[in-house]
Design a binder for this molecule. Structure first.
Ligand code: 5AD
Ligand code: SF4
Length: 407
């Protein structure tokens, strides 16, 4: 979501004649987009602000802007602590960020300067904002507000426009796309309508909450050829006691049921997940259940996080009683197991032929992605292959990427 919003803001600022630079030293405006989901992400932002503050001492004309969830949550505290910050724009106000930055920096709308929304092959499209699920550990409902679905016709229009500009794949974003609803559209019908856009090759989406992933949606994934064989389905834990305390509203049995259904409907599907270790009250036995599930389900990939209490959340009132060392141990065990499985999965792909979409080219090597979302570096291709589907024979595998030749 943050990457999407950063891209959009960059694009909006380009209409004011601004352009992106790659290093801090070249910037006149430094914009820090922040995340509040874990304590660690906030600490990272604080340390970046420290560096930006030092930079500003030597470059007093540089403007420093903080946007996103931290700006929403503790904007005034940031301003007090970092005197060099010129502007704060919270996540609920993100649509006005470009205007406010332009105002601050005396940029003028110069549409003639508009940098064409260029040759991006893959683009994010936000379809929902906010979240109403109130998982007990999660700060998102507090910083991003109520769940709202964006106008389906606007989404269709935006996507068509992107495709006209050369985009081949769109990634639909929402905290829980399953509950998308706009007038007569639900998520499935929205995707089916998007799939009719000529020239659009692939559709991805995230995230799907396991509590309300419908059979209709699974069926649509099986039949709609533009929809990729990947689903991000955060499990969080396999212990029913912990799932209940997390207010996730499903049981592990329900989760496993979904995994089975998905694998029957879409045999080559890659299921990825999020896991939290060290949630309040998570015993060694609870953790063992999660570890066992990771071993058995064999996720295509996973993110594992050490629990950290977040302000305003229900879990913040529960004793954070798993010691840090133990959280680290559980985190490490899940990561090691998941890496082992990933290596086995990619190794089993060596020798296969994969249909990939060519997204980027660098030094003559194409960067592409399989339908399941794995990165493939392709030799023997050229600029003209960008945006095309290629059949690639996989020759080599590393943990997070595959290497192959065009056939
Ligand atoms: N502590 C640790 N991980 C968290 N996540 C969300 N809130 C917390 C927290 N307080 C993780 C969840 C979620 C992902 C985006 O971040 O696994 O799915
Ligand atoms: Fe947070 Fe739960 Fe909403 Fe996801 S579904 S954003 S974890 S409250």
């Amino acid at each position: 979501m943050n990457m999407c919003e950063s891209d959009k803001l960059g694009l909006a600022l380009s209409t004011y004649g601004a352009s992106k630079v790659n290093i801090l030293q070249e910037a006149n405006i430094v914009i820090l987009n922040t995340c509040s989901v874990r304590a660690q992400s906030e600490q990272k932002a604080f340390s970046f602000l420290g560096r930006a503050e030092e930079f500003k001492q030597d470059n007093p004309n540089t403007k420093i802007v903080v946007i996103g969830c931290m700006a929403e949550r503790i904007g005034s505290k940031i301003k007090r602590r970092f005197k060099s910050v010129d502007l704060i724009v919270g996540s609920k106000d993100i649509d006005n960020a470009a205007l406010k930055i332009a105002d601050l920096c005396n940029l003028y709308d110069s549409s003639f300067n508009k940098i064409e929304d260029s040759q991006n092959i893959v683009r994010y499209v936000t379809i929902m904002r906010g979240c109403d699920n109130y998982c007990s550990y999660c700060v998102v409902p507090f910083v991003r507000g109520r769940e709202t679905s964006l106008n389906a016709l606007d989404i269709l229009k935006e996507s068509s426009l992107l495709v006209k500009n050369g985009v081949k794949e769109i990634m639909l974003l929402g905290q829980n796309v399953n509950s998308y609803r706009y007038k007569d559209f639900n998520f499935t019908s929205l995707v089916k309508n998007l799939a009719t856009i000529n020239g659009l090759e692939r559709i991805r989406f995230m995230t799907n909450h396991p509590k309300d992933l419908s059979d209709e949606l699974i069926e649509m994934m099986a039949t709609e050829s533009k929809v990729c064989s990947h689903i991000h389905l955060p499990m969080q834990s396999a212990s029913n006691k912990i799932l209940k305390a997390m207010n996730r509203k499903y049981s592990y049995e329900h989760y496993i049921d979904l995994v089975k259904k998905l694998r029957i409907a879409v045999p080559d599907i890659s299921i990825t997940t999020d896991i939290i270790v060290g949630f309040p009250g998570e015993t060694k036995e609870d953790f063992e259940e999660t570890f066992k599930a990771v071993k058995e389900i064999r996720f295509g990939g996973l993110y594992v996080f050490r629990y950290s209490p977040r302000p305003n959340t229900k879990a913040a009132n529960m004793p954070d009683n798993v010691p840090l060392e133990e959280k680290k141990r559980r985190h490490r065990l899940i990561l090691e197991e998941s890496n082992k499985i990933s290596i086995e999965i990619v190794a089993s792909m060596v020798g296969s032929v994969q249909q990939v979409l060519a997204e980027k080219i660098e030094n003559g090597v194409i960067e592409a992605r399989t339908r399941g979302g794995r990165k493939v570096f392709v030799k023997g291709s050229s600029e003209k292959d960008l945006g095309r589907h290629l059949n690639v024979s996989i020759k080599e595998a590393k943990i997070n990427s595959l290497f192959g030749n065009i056939i």
